[in-house]
Design a protein around this ligand. Structure first.
Ligand code: HEC
Ligand code: HEC
Length: 330
């Protein structure tokens, strides 16, 4: 896509709720001819490790790209006729008070609305470094500082899967106002992500370490407070308190502490409780459906595999507790 603008230090705020207005987009009856031919022809494909199946699983149920890149229909469920074709819009308040509207683009293989013309390396760079095909920085609403820690195989899998998504001509509105403020947000420092407190000899250790990887790329961005704009406070990793501001004047949302602190976190939850919460999108004890900022719906995190949910739960349950909060979503 040609439309872009960018970043800089912006005051927090990311609108993710189903309540957030799914923005725009008129379908153009784009030129069917343009869809013909293999993507990336003439360029050397570099996304050669991994599999399309792994890519689909990561995109749909772990990294939940559709939460932002697939608009919701009137029933509040993802509109699958616009699967990954954009767009949710996000309104930010910039430092000087300007409200900036950012749209999540069309990721299908459509030419020119989607990623058809992008090389594998351009998609990789956008995904892991937040720089697009025109060398413009992306807003870190898109969690690329965390995606920077994805393995090569997982990034290749995602690229292969995106290539396989049928072209959709949906036109995504340009960001407004346009601004081009490089550089993009820095990658998350993987060495500072806390490890499980389990000793390496513990039977749960390997599961917890697998969970550490998944939680870092899938949960850290939302569940960690920020030091300044765009930089997570890793001394409080997973301890909640990051605020989300809804579109224009709507109520703020706050993420909660998912470290095992007894008073401010989920210290009273067992590994099975955490898995059950992820699977059913509800809170332990009350059975309350979690607020929709947590992408727990069956279309998204709710369909993560039992194995991956258990790994993540094992990791969270065995982190050193961090006292922070307690927070409530609304
Ligand atoms: C929390 C919301 C969110 C999630 C989750 C998300 N994105 Fe994005 N993405 C955005 C937004 C917003 C933009 C536009 C940013 C901008 O214009 O500055 C974007 C931009 C992009 C771009 C650049 C597209 C272009 O035309 O410039 C690519 C590629 C992309 N995302 C891929 C992905 C993939 C793949 C995933 C899942 C692995 C993903 N995104 C997850 C919100 C998100
Ligand atoms: C887009 C932001 C976002 C992402 C991504 C996200 N969460 Fe959440 N999560 C939230 C918010 C906000 C809440 C509070 C919901 C509520 O209380 O209604 C929450 C609630 C929870 C709860 C319930 C805790 C409680 O005290 O009720 C658990 C468990 C949880 N998240 C785990 C995870 C895990 C594990 C991941 C990654 C696989 C994840 N979340 C990804 C935003 C997010």
């Amino acid at each position: 896509m040609l439309t872009k603008h960018i970043t800089g230090a912006l005051i927090v705020a990311l609108a993710l709720s189903g309540a957030a207005a799914a923005c725009s987009s008129s379908s153009s009856g784009a030129n069917a001819q343009a869809d013909a031919g293999p993507p990336d022809s003439g360029r050397v494909p570099t996304a050669t490790t991994g599999t399309i199946e792994r890519g689909q699983y990561l995109v749909d149920h772990v990294l939940v790209c559709g939460v932002c890149h697939t608009p919701n229909g009137k029933d509040g469920k993802p509109d699958m006729t616009l699967y990954l074709a954009g767009s949710r819009s996000y309104d930010f308040t910039d430092k000087d008070g300007t409200i900036v509207t950012v749209n999540a683009e069309n990721l299908t293989s459509h030419n020119p609305e989607g990623l058809f013309t992008w090389s594998d390396e351009q998609i990789r760079t956008a995904l892991t470094q937040g720089v697009d095909d025109e060398h413009v920085s992306l807003y870190p609403i898109m969690p690329y500082p965390e995606y920077n820690l994805l393995t090569r195989t997982d990034v290749d899998s995602i690229i292969q899967y995106l290539r396989s998504v049928a072209p959709n001509p949906n036109v995504v509105a340009a960001d407004y106002p346009y601004s081009d403020q490089n550089p993009s947000a820095p990658p998350v420092d993987g060495t500072k992500i806390p490890h499980t407190t389990l000793p390496a000899s513990d039977p749960g250790f390997a599961a917890a370490e697998r969970g550490r990887y998944l939680a870092t790329v899938a949960c850290l961005n939302c569940h960690t407070p920020q030091l300044g704009a765009d930089v997570p406070d890793l001394t409080k990793a997973f301890a909640g308190g990051k605020k989300y501001t809804f579109i224009r004047g709507a109520k703020e949302n706050t993420s909660v502490n998912i470290t095992p602190d007894m008073t401010t976190g989920i210290g009273a939850w067992s590994i099975a409780d955490i898995v059950a919460s992820l699977k059913t999108d509800t809170e332990k004890g009350t059975g309350r459906t979690l607020c929709s900022t947590h992408p727990g719906q069956a279309d998204y995190l709710g369909k993560m595999t039992d194995g991956d949910m258990t790994d993540i739960a094992t990791y969270l349950h065995t982190l050193a507790p961090v006292m922070n909060g307690p927070f409530k979503c609304e």
